[in-house]
Design a binder for this molecule. Structure first.
Ligand SMILES: Cc1cc2nc3c(=O)[nH]c(=O)nc-3n(C[C@H](O)[C@H](O)[C@H](O)COP(=O)(O)OP(=O)(O)OC[C@H]3O[C@@H](n4cnc5c(N)ncnc54)[C@H](O)[C@@H]3O)c2cc1C
Length: 495
């Protein structure tokens, strides 16, 4: 069949999650992926706390936990000690998860397929055209060239996104100045590796890092700050990696049998528009930055979960078109914050001795509990807040992720979100109701909150963000009036 509701270009982690979100909301999704088989190489190795909350809200967390390791501490800008104490985070999952990207992708693709997403591997998108009625994709598949028609297309096709380029959407930002390499190699003498394994060594010329890779030897990273940055697609050779290590540590390190090598930089860019008519961008297609702090994939997954239910609501007819316009203003500030913070970390990592006093100052700051917590929340995605101008004077929880409250009987908020639908949660004795036009699209749950009263009632979006709150002591009539205003943002016919 060559028509679908939503065409998703790219079956990396972001495309796979988006496809699952769309199917969960009951719309058709075809995923076009140019690579014939699953990705076997992993750039990313960390899932952050906000992502774990999202996986929990879809009932996927147990599978991930079973195949990963919990990491309760992480570093900021390679400064250690002190490390960031993630176990102090205000989350039911106060840690990051060590899991290779290939496994994350496999879990998400299996979930999406299980929900009925059609993943077409070996299908490359070569053309994108849109008009008021839909989008036409020109696709090269194993059986030749064909056309796919969709109501909307989402480019989840990585940093060099074809969808972005073909749509003429700009990708402004900064060129890379750091030349970084990675290589999965076998070391002649792992015990003598200059940084230790795992470890980081910062010298006057750059950084070398090493981590053990399950089954594939050691991953060696180099970062050099004072060299020309080669084109991203120039293949890396073992000699080049060895030479970079030599320049940083001042001695030869024996390494052989590379299984995968890649180059990356600190180029930082955010797309000029997350939406252009019927074309949307998510994940690396919308933003790139240096991979310090392990955030890019996580940021992209949050894009997918922000966009999926909005698109589905539009296709199914219950959401106004203006809801799709909230994607850019909600996700852009989050990406801007990550780009700023990764640039700050890169600046602190610079081996220039003039940076040393700044690192020492940061070392002191990191030992202060509140600073440590602030940076932990920043890196793990917990501090994101969507703009709340739809509801000026809104409760402080509006725009933030739903609080992890429990209902009597032990039901958690994450469990209420498993169907991927909005939830109106009345905390007894509250009894807010919804207009008939909205009722079929929202799960209304009534329960007693265990412990202190967080709120009288909350409207929680499918992505876990709070849309509306009735405060514990608020006049129910006033709160109900505000609820009706909020509903008009999300539901056609609710005004
Ligand atoms: C060294 C390194 C370490 C990193 N570590 C972390 C980490 O620990 N945590 C973290 O959160 N992030 C990390 N990142 C970043 C992370 O890898 C990316 O942010 C993530 O892969 C982005 O996912 P994506 O789905 O947006 O794009 P991609 O993973 O790039 O997937 C895009 C997909 O689109 C397909 N595609 C492209 N063009 C077309 C086309 N025309 N037609 C059809 N298909 C197409 C590609 O084949 C690919 O499968 C790291 C990055 C690097 C370089």
């Amino acid at each position: 069949m060559n028509t679908t509701d939503i065409a998703v270009v790219g079956c990396g982690p972001v495309g796979a999650l988006l496809a699952g979100e769309l199917r969960l909301a009951g719309v058709d999704a075809v995923v076009l992926e140019r690579s014939p088989g699953p990705n076997v190489h992993s750039r990313a190795f960390r899932l952050q706390t906000a992502t774990l909350e999202l996986l929990d809200a879809r009932g996927l967390l147990e599978d991930f936990l079973a195949t990963a390791v919990r990491i309760p501490k992480t570093h900021f800008a390679g400064i250690r000690p002190p490390l960031l104490d993630l176990d102090r985070l205000d989350s039911e999952h106060p840690f990051t998860l060590g899991i290779p990207q290939s496994l994350t992708e496999a879990h998400l693709e299996r979930w999406a397929r299980g929900l009925g997403a059609q993943v077409r591997r070996g299908h490359e998108v070569l053309g994108v055209e849109q008009d008021g009625g839909g989008v036409r994709l020109d696709v090269e598949g194993p059986g030749g060239r064909y056309r796919l028609d969709a109501a909307y297309v989402v480019g989840c096709d990585g940093g060099r996104s074809t969808v972005r380029k073909l749509s003429g959407i700009g990708f402004p930002g900064r060129e890379g100045t750091v030349s970084a390499l990675l290589g999965d190699v076998t070391l002649d003498d792992p015990d003598a590796f200059p940084s230790g394994i795992p470890g980081t060594l910062r010298t006057a010329t750059g950084l070398v890092m090493a981590v053990a890779m399950p089954g594939t030897g050691v991953r060696v990273f180099t970062c050099e700050f004072d060299r020309p940055v080669p084109p991203r697609d120039r293949p890396v050779t073992l000699d080049e990696l060895r030479a970079a290590v030599r320049r940083v540590v001042g001695a030869d390190v024996g390494m052989r049998e590379p299984t995968w090598m890649a180059r990356f930089t600190d180029a930082s860019r955010i797309v000029a528009a997350y939406r252009q008519g019927r074309v949307f961008l998510a994940g690396d297609a919308a933003h790139v930055h240096f991979p310090i702090g392990a955030q890019g994939l996580n940021l992209g997954l949050q894009d997918a979960v922000n966009l999926g239910w909005k698109l589905a609501g539009r296709v199914r007819g219950w959401a106004p078109d203006t809801l799709l316009d909230t994607y850019d203003p909600e996700r852009r500030p989050v990406a801007e914050r990550v780009v700023r913070e990764t640039r700050a970390q890169v600046a602190l990592m610079n081996p220039d001795e003039r940076i040393d006093p700044l690192r020492e100052l940061f070392r002191e700051l990191l030992a202060i509990g509140d600073v440590n917590l602030h940076l932990s929340r920043l890196l793990t995605g917990l501090d994101a807040r969507y703009p709340t101008d739809v509801d000026a004077g809104a409760h402080p929880l509006v725009g933030r992720r739903a609080p992890a409250l429990r209902l009597a009987g032990g039901v958690r908020v994450a469990q209420l979100l498993r169907r991927g639908r909005p939830v109106l949660l009345n905390l007894e004795p509250a009894a807010f109701t919804l207009p008939a036009a909205v009722l079929p699209h929202v799960d209304v749950v009534t329960g007693r909150e265990e412990g202190a009263g967080t709120a009288a009632a909350l409207l929680i979006r499918p992505d876990g963000a709070v849309a509306w709150v009735a405060g514990p002591d608020e006049d129910p009539q006033e709160a109900g009036k505000r609820l009706r205003g909020t509903l008009a943002t999300y539901f056609a016919g609710a005004g």
